[in-house]
Design a protein around this ligand. Structure first.
Ligand SMILES: *[C@@H]1O[C@H](CO)[C@@H](O)[C@H](O)[C@H]1NC(C)=O
Length: 188
């Protein structure tokens, strides 16, 4: 029992990590390479393996004065037209907030770089996606924002009193932690 409670406390402490997709995140475009002509991992591949959500931010790092980031419409993306920007960033270290769902188009402000493929399309997921298919139906009815809020305001100490209230949260978090353990064991 005591061990179980310690484990439960650990779960509650780790819940914010498991619910990361509810919290806005920052993505470093191109990883260590940043916003460059030939990143180690091409931007299509990078964008496709990440899940972008509303209010996440993209971080672009590039050589100021030599390169820049231009947010454009699809037709300007296709033609590398940098003269009709939605937004232009040229400070060398820029963040861009993905303020709505849908597609965002980024091209290099350096025309040659754009024509040689320095382009990025990001698809931002629609708001209120179910957290996971594995979660039981009642859990997905709960507004996602409520889950981290209750965990943050009442951390570890009250596992016995709110069995009815947070039981479902506990279940879905447990499912998450089990997957994490499996992943962890798999890595060791
Ligand atoms: C995004 O941020 C804005 C302003 O900070 C906030 O009003 C909005 O609810 C957020 N949207 C989501 C889906 O988190």
């Amino acid at each position: 029992m005591a061990i179980f409670h310690r484990f439960l406390g650990l779960l509650i402490l780790m819940a914010p990590m498991l619910l990361l997709h509810v919290v806005a995140r920052q993505f470093d475009v191109g990883g260590k390479d940043g916003w460059v002509l030939k990143p180690t991992e091409d931007y299509d591949h990078w964008a496709q393996r990440n899940r972008f959500q509303v209010n996440d931010t993209l971080h672009f790092k590039y050589n100021k004065g030599i390169d820049s980031v231009v947010v454009v419409k699809k037709e300007d993306f296709d033609s590398c037209n940098i003269n009709n920007p939605i937004q232009k960033m040229d400070g060398g270290d820029s963040t861009f907030q993905l303020s709505n769902s849908g597609l965002f188009y980024f091209i290099s402000g350096n025309l040659n770089n754009c024509k040689n493929g320095q382009k990025l399309i990001v698809l931002v997921m629609a708001v209120r996606q179910p957290i996971s298919k594995a979660a039981p139906p009642p859990a997905s009815i709960l507004p996602p924002q409520k889950i981290p809020a209750t965990d943050l305001t009442s951390p570890a100490p009250t596992p016995t009193t709110d069995n009815s209230g947070s039981g479902r949260v506990g279940v879905s978090v447990s499912v998450g932690i089990v997957f994490m353990f499996i992943a962890f064991v798999g890595l060791v």
